[in-house]
Design a protein around this ligand. Structure first.
Ligand code: DGL
Length: 245
């Protein structure tokens, strides 16, 4: 089976790495729309335009099944996308919501993009006391490889402050880019950080239809040397990637 996985950039690779770990025998086609990121501050009609471009590419490439590895697409236009395309697809947010509902944690925090936070998908679905923080600075910092900069440290302190004040014990990384900051977040405030890619991968029920290792093709709509470096850092499996443009 050929599985399409998409995001605005690097973030969906944190999802793909969890899926490949459990299901190495399928073929994967990843689409990172680096030309248009960050998605977290776009309008819904812009998101629909970009996501449609990705879906058309997947259909052209004969993908069988699509995984929307982007919190922002999942919380804002997933319903519309499903209406427009008949190709089977799943989103990254639903398994996370199910996971949280099953556990009934007494306090939950959500760090995500402005578009995801303003969609209110998490606080509407959860009856728990939910602390949500829109983290506009994280994606540009991650995509430009500035995780060790003082700007990133300051952003981490700023965004975690409400979590610390509310003594939140479980924090959803509601944008798929954020697991890349996991160690830094943990250092600033140790608690249970929830990786949506891990949850989605454990909820998947794919057949292991071959004993051979499948192929992994990564396509990015804009490639820079920094992106290539970051992909190597984030993604631990052998892959083919399109050339610099
Ligand atoms: N990684 C994406 C998400 O999960 C998109 C981030 C962005 O481009 O702002 O929301």
């Amino acid at each position: 089976m050929k599985i399409g996985v998409c995001d605005s950039g690097l973030g969906g690779l944190t999802v793909l790495r969890q899926i490949v770990k459990r299901y190495p025998n399928h073929d994967y086609l990843y689409y990172g729309d680096t030309k248009h990121l960050p998605y977290g501050e776009k309008t819904k009609s812009q998101l629909m335009e970009y996501a449609s471009g990705i879906m058309d590419y997947f259909i052209e490439q004969r993908v069988d099944f699509v995984i929307i590895a982007c919190g922002t697409i999942s919380t804002n236009i997933y319903g519309e996308l499903k209406k427009k395309y008949s190709i089977p697809m799943i989103d990254i947010i639903s398994p996370t919501i199910t996971y949280l509902k099953e556990r009934e944690f007494s306090s939950v925090g959500v760090l995500a993009t402005p578009m995801t936070i303003h969609s209110h998908v998490f606080d509407d679905a959860l009856y728990q006391n939910t602390t949500t923080v829109a983290c506009a600075k994280f994606v540009p910092l991650i995509e430009s490889g500035k995780m060790d900069s003082s700007e990133c440290k300051d952003a981490i302190s700023l965004y975690l402050r409400p979590m610390i004040e509310n003594k939140v014990e479980h924090i959803v990384l509601g944008c798929t880019h954020y697991p890349i900051l996991m160690d830094l977040l943990f250092k600033e405030y140790p608690c249970d950080y929830i990786d949506m890619g891990d949850i989605l991968a454990s909820s998947l029920k794919l057949e292991q239809n071959s004993s051979e290792i499948g192929s992994i093709d990564l396509y990015f709509s804009h490639v820079t040397p920094m992106l290539e470096k970051m992909v190597e850092l984030v993604f631990p499996f052998p892959y083919r990637m399109n050339e610099e443009e």
